[in-house]
Design a protein around this ligand. Structure first.
Ligand code: GAF
Length: 394
């Protein structure tokens, strides 16, 4: 459905959200709020172990065009589904009452109210360029765009550094997905030209310059297009296994095991699978710290081997990769990438490869050729730059 003559529909995501708002609600939005997808440079499955992560925001964004509406009613239109969902105070009185994509929106309203904020009713229109189910945090982008809109519309006292936890509660408690704090932190707190070094224990951050262009480099993101295989159940299982291991080791989280003490810790665990899980988390935390040290020193090219080692650890120890993903990583490395790894929760999603900027097309072509050889559906690809976090658009 469109109200534009053929060929004139807006292509910009913010314009699409605003056009959707005008069409659905026959009025002007009070504003537009954008939140990006994210890629994680390194530090996978470390966030819920109180560890370290280093994500950066993408230029692909989700935009909420919004305006207040009277009473305790929220109406949301989504470009992607074409649906309009309305919910009221009853549906946000307890988790889980709104289902599907609108649960992320209702979850934000619920989490705000649960934290004691008075949230006014609103109309929202959502458009997004963040692909769904690709491991680029489309759900966190939706939560953050809606949260930014509701905070501004209501003049709520909720500083940026407290917003990720609230958005995470929307996802953990209202939607019911047991994710960590990385994605919401990334899409809210990232800055242009930087990666976000986040300590997931105390949520302290350092903005780490990540100037790819100055180093003649690019990050190529390859969408594996692999169907998600039991991702939710496997994610929850990994999390449980880490928590059990921490309890067995007598630490509050695996973050408290240092690489220097790893062998001793592993010797105290009798299940080989648990040992592999622990080895991934402990070595991955150290790889994040090593990557940050190199970036602080301006040695961007040298982080490649750490990215590749992270991938091997996810493949062999955490066992969260799939054949399409491993094929993409191997092909990128064979075509000259300085490093490559899966990014995100796993079981599909995207690979990122650090490449010389003038080799990006050749590396992408090599991945496409390797896919064809294995009979996989063609992958997608895009080069990305570290972009700003959630913001109100002018
Ligand atoms: C998903 C989760 F949402 C994050 O919290 C994080 O655990 C990630 O998987 C793995 O690093 O994106």
């Amino acid at each position: 459905m469109t109200d534009h003559p053929a060929g004139t529909a807006p292509t910009d995501v913010a314009d699409r959200a605003a056009a959707g708002f005008r069409r659905e609600y026959a009025g002007e939005p009070a504003g537009r709020w954008a939140a990006p997808g994210r890629a994680n440079l390194i530090g996978e499955h470390t966030d819920y172990n109180d560890g370290f992560v280093l994500p950066f925001a993408l230029s692909l964004r989700t935009v909420a065009a919004a305006a207040p509406q009277p009473g305790q009613t929220w109406t949301v239109w989504s470009e992607l589904s074409g649906e309009t969902v309305t919910f009221g105070a009853d549906e946000v009185a307890a988790p889980g009452r709104v289902k599907g994509w609108a649960a992320y929106v209702a979850g934000v309203v619920w989490a705000l109210r649960d934290a004691g904020h008075t949230v006014g009713g609103a109309r929202l229109a959502i458009a997004s360029d963040v692909p769904l189910g690709s491991g680029l945090s489309s759900s966190a982008a939706l939560e953050a765009a809606v949260l930014a809109a509701l905070v501004d519309l209501g003049g709520l006292d909720l500083p940026t550094d407290r917003q990720p936890r609230l958005a995470q509660r929307a996802e953990n408690v209202y939607v019911g997905a047991p994710t960590g704090i990385m994605d919401q932190s990334a899409v809210i707190r990232c800055r242009e030209g930087h990666a976000l070094f986040l300590d997931c224990r105390d949520e302290s951050v350092e903005q780490i310059p990540f100037d790819l262009a100055a180093a003649g480099l690019a990050v190529l993101v390859v969408d594996s297009r692999a169907p998600h295989r039991h991702a939710d159940g496997e994610y929850a299982a990994r999390r449980r296994s880490c928590e059990r291991a921490a309890a067995q080791l007598g630490v509050s989280a695996l973050r408290d095991v240092q690489v220097a003490d790893l062998d001793g810790a592993l010797a105290r665990l009798d299940d080989p699978e648990t040992r592999r899980r622990v080895r991934h988390v402990v070595t991955e935390d150290q790889r994040v710290l090593d990557t940050v040290a190199l970036l602080r020193a301006g040695r961007v090219r040298e982080i490649g081997p750490l990215l590749t080692a992270s991938h091997a650890s996810m493949r062999d120890d955490f066992e969260i990769t799939v054949p399409e993903i491993d094929t993409a990583v191997d092909a990128a490395l064979a075509a000259g990438a300085l490093g490559a790894r899966m990014t995100g929760g796993g079981f599909g999603g995207c690979v990122l490869a650090l490449v010389d900027a003038d080799r990006a097309d050749a590396v992408a072509d090599a991945v496409t050729a390797a896919y064809a050889e294995r009979g996989f559906a063609a992958p997608g690809h895009v080069t990305v730059l570290p972009s700003p976090g959630a913001t109100r658009l002018p």
